[in-house]
Design a protein around this ligand. Structure first.
Ligand code: ZN
Length: 267
């Protein structure tokens, strides 16, 4: 920087967060894979923009982590997810010097239980939350623990900002419609001054392997949605080529450990 160029259209600083980790049979992450258990990170991204800090993804919440009955359905194996101590969202933000009251806007890719956990805290702090209208309607009307949802996180009132497809949600942050894994799933593009464009697939591709082998997620909430899941994977691959963007899978521990470290965040 130092060129005096205007800041609009780009975000300033980005930190990558990890709220916890969950046991996932690989065949859930990658279509056609085996049953071996992967420990996958539960991630978040917090971005400083000209309108303030924007949180992408809210992680897993203390309530579901302590709800043994719900966990039996959501994680039917012997192993259960863990989260950061106390309230995982609060603890993760504290790790980069932030509190929930610093957040001006939030977004959730979809409302599976490993993504909805911070919604009550955000709603309580009056933070508007972007979501695709299709996902919110599905979650409120039809979703249950059998589909991977934990309704206690999202049934109470929140300041939802419903999106219908792609949208620039803040300067330098775009939501990209990538349905399939969940009915109204979305991914994100973050444009930074120094490191350029980043594409966060979230659950449109859990692992690097999904992209390398062009294999969609192993599970879709709606049985017929594998076609949309494949189209979403292709869309992210195409966008990453077009933009020369870093393409980041949503639940790849090796990848996340490798990239989340820089002190002071990414610029
Ligand atoms: Zn999911």
């Amino acid at each position: 920087m130092g060129s005096g160029l205007p800041m609009e259209g780009k975000a300033e600083t980005m930190y990558l967060l990890q709220y916890g980790q969950e046991p996932v049979p690989k065949r859930i992450s990658v279509r056609g894979a085996g049953k071996e258990l992967l420990w996958e990170p539960i991630i978040g991204i917090v971005v400083k923009t000209t309108i303030g800090w924007v949180l992408l993804e809210s992680g897993i919440g203390r309530q579901v982590l302590d709800d043994a009955e719900a966990l039996k359905v959501l994680y039917p194996g012997e192993d259960k997810p863990w989260g950061l101590s106390g309230d995982p969202l609060t603890t993760a933000l504290a790790g980069v010097g932030l509190t929930v009251s610093d957040i001006k806007l939030a977004a959730v890719s979809h409302l599976h239980c490993d993504h909805s956990g911070g919604v009550p805290k955000l709603a309580g702090a009056g933070v508007p939350i972007c979501i695709q209208r299709e996902e919110l309607e599905f979650a409120l009307e039809r979703a249950s623990t059998v589909d991977g949802y934990y309704p206690a996180d999202f049934v109470r009132a929140a300041d939802w900002r419903e999106l219908d497809g792609d949208a620039e949600i803040a300067p330098g942050i775009h939501a990209l419609s990538t349905p399939g894994h969940a009915p109204g799933h979305m991914s994100y593009r973050v444009d930074l001054h120094q490191s350029g464009p980043w594409l966060f697939a979230v659950d449109a591709a859990d692992l690097g392997e999904n992209f390398i082998d062009r294999k969609p997620p192993g599970q879709t909430v709606l049985p017929g949605d594998v076609v949309r899941a494949e189209a979403s994977l292709d869309r992210l691959l195409d966008e990453s080529k077009r933009l020369n963007a870093r393409l980041v899978p949503g639940h790849d521990q090796l990848f996340w450990t490798a990239i989340r470290h820089p002190l002071g965040g990414y610029h």
